[in-house]
Ligand binder design. Structure first.
Ligand code: HEC
Length: 457
């Protein structure tokens, strides 16, 4: 074989990434070490006498041939959000409650965890730390910063995207990160809030032990919130993602804990262009639905007594300065570079962090006489398409912050332990072809990627 045809053959049969990796892998043990990380479930070994979290990561590599019909397929999420949410909820709990969310034992359908989050997962249920609740966010009597923990998972359609991105379990190929219609993801959020801090948690609730202190002595947590996100058909202005959340309300008195979950709200877009002036004029974001019954439980959430920013949809555990889709639209592969902060700079939206005297917890206040810098706030409330990155030059991960967190952890680990592999990956990285200009004025605060794709403290 001539030198020329050998070159041609190599170029033809092997994608560039792999050709170059042959050099990077003079590191030898890289692949084996990366696979081992990929298959690691939690940050510490299991604790005897407690359940033992095992990651469900046998992702399907090819998506299903056709989109199956779902119970909610005929329900309009904009005009009938409550029915839509109930239908998705039954699909999520089916087969999972019987096995206490040990996904591998579900006999109805398959569910998957996201990989490379193991350094953050405690070993009993695979929970990762979520944002702690600020003053009064969970209820008028809650002053302490509560500890909140969660675990999320994807159905088979969602799992197939993880399979494509992590094919070979060694390095992520984020050009393939687009979730098919029919993807469902859900997340259970637990809290250590007491009955007096969050009275609605009382009743027939789901209680889990988890090693949140990392000392091998699990503590009790109760279910506070359940998040769901469903991929519907995209249109010219929307990705197709529908985000919704439930809160546990024991006063419902149902025998099954999941029947005590009441809808908090649903959003299918960021309501771009909705300003503080609109809010003050009494208007409300058009792409959010909030359930008044749930809203009544959370009457004192500073700065505006709303669940999300300017009454956009967000959950009880979430920041009132954000919204589900605002935060999730930042999901990207930044190749180890910093990522966009959660929110605009406080001064841009006239907000300040306040620590009332004698309090150990923070809250937010509006700066009097300040005019909101809407140009700086707007980039956080765009309706990005699945392939459109929040920041140009990076790959969008289609609203999946678990994928973003995993990819960020992989980058950090590789950078530290296998710098050659890290460097090669950064240079051979392929950008998705899709590109839409970001606003010229966009100046987003940056934070380390691993922090940007965390839910905050
Ligand atoms: C301030 C940022 C932030 C906000 C606001 C937020 N999330 Fe997330 N969410 C995250 C992060 C970070 C993860 C991944 C890490 C984890 O699971 O804790 C995540 C994970 C999830 C997952 C698992 C799949 C995935 O996309 O990674 C779902 C489902 C989800 N969130 C739904 C919601 C819903 C519904 C809301 C609004 C009620 C919401 N989130 C609000 C940051 C946020």
């Amino acid at each position: 074989m001539s030198y020329r045809s050998l070159l041609l053959c190599t170029a033809f049969t092997l994608p560039t990434v792999y050709t170059l990796d042959a050099h990077a892998l003079s590191n030898g043990d890289y692949e084996q070490a990366a696979k081992q990380q990929f298959n690691t479930s939690a940050r510490a070994p299991c604790i005897s006498g407690f359940p033992c979290f095992a990651i469900s990561n046998q992702y399907p590599v090819s998506p299903l041939a056709s989109t199956p019909h779902f119970p909610w397929s005929a329900t309009n999420y904009k005009s009938d959000p409550q029915k839509y949410m109930a239908e998705v909820l039954s699909y999520v709990v089916e087969g999972n409650t019987e096995v206490d969310w040990e996904l591998q034992r579900n006999s109805v359908r398959r569910w998957y965890h996201a990989p490379w989050m193991h350094e953050k997962r405690e070993p009993v249920h695979g929970l990762t730390m979520e944002r702690g609740s600020r003053l009064h966010e969970l209820g008028p009597n809650q002053t302490r910063r509560t500890s909140n923990w969660a675990v999320g998972f994807y159905n088979d359609l969602g799992g197939s995207t993880f399979g494509k991105v992590w094919q070979g379990s060694v390095r992520p190929s984020t050009t393939s990160a687009v979730f098919p219609v029919g993807t469902v993801t859900a997340k259970l959020l637990f809290t250590d809030a007491t009955d007096s801090e969050a009275p609605y948690l009382k009743g027939n609730n789901l209680q889990w032990q988890a090693d949140i202190a990392g000392n091998g002595q699990p503590k009790s947590l109760r279910l506070l919130q359940m998040d769901i996100a469903v991929k519907e058909q995209a249109d010219a202005t929307h990705s197709g993602w529908v985000f919704a959340t439930f809160v546990f309300n024991g006063s419902r008195g149902a025998a099954n804990y999941w029947d005590n979950l009441i809808p908090v709200g649903l959003e299918w877009g960021n309501s771009p262009g909705f300003t503080y002036a609109d809010y003050q004029a009494g208007k409300r974001p058009e792409e959010s639905w909030i359930n008044p019954e749930a809203k009544a439980l959370f009457a004192k959430r500073a700065p505006d007594d709303q669940l999300g920013y300017l009454a956009r949809m967000n959950g009880p555990v979430d920041s009132p300065l954000s919204s589900c889709m605002s935060c999730h639209s930042r999901a990207m592969d930044t190749r180890g570079k910093p990522g966009p902060d959660f929110n605009p700079k406080p001064a841009d939206n006239c907000l300040e962090v306040i620590k009332p005297s004698g309090s150990i917890n923070e809250t937010y206040g509006r700066v009097p006489g300040c005019v909101v810098n809407e140009v700086a706030v707007a980039p956080f409330y765009r309706n990005l398409q699945s392939n459109q990155p929040f920041t140009p030059g990076f790959n969008s991960l289609d609203y999946s912050l678990q994928m973003a967190m995993g990819v960020a952890s992989w980058n950090a680990w590789t950078k530290k332990n296998y710098p050659t592999v890290f460097k090669t990956n950064s240079t051979t990285f392929k950008l998705k072809s899709f590109s839409v200009e970001a606003p010229a004025s966009m100046k987003i605060p940056l934070v380390p990627a691993e922090q940007a794709f965390h839910r905050g403290n």
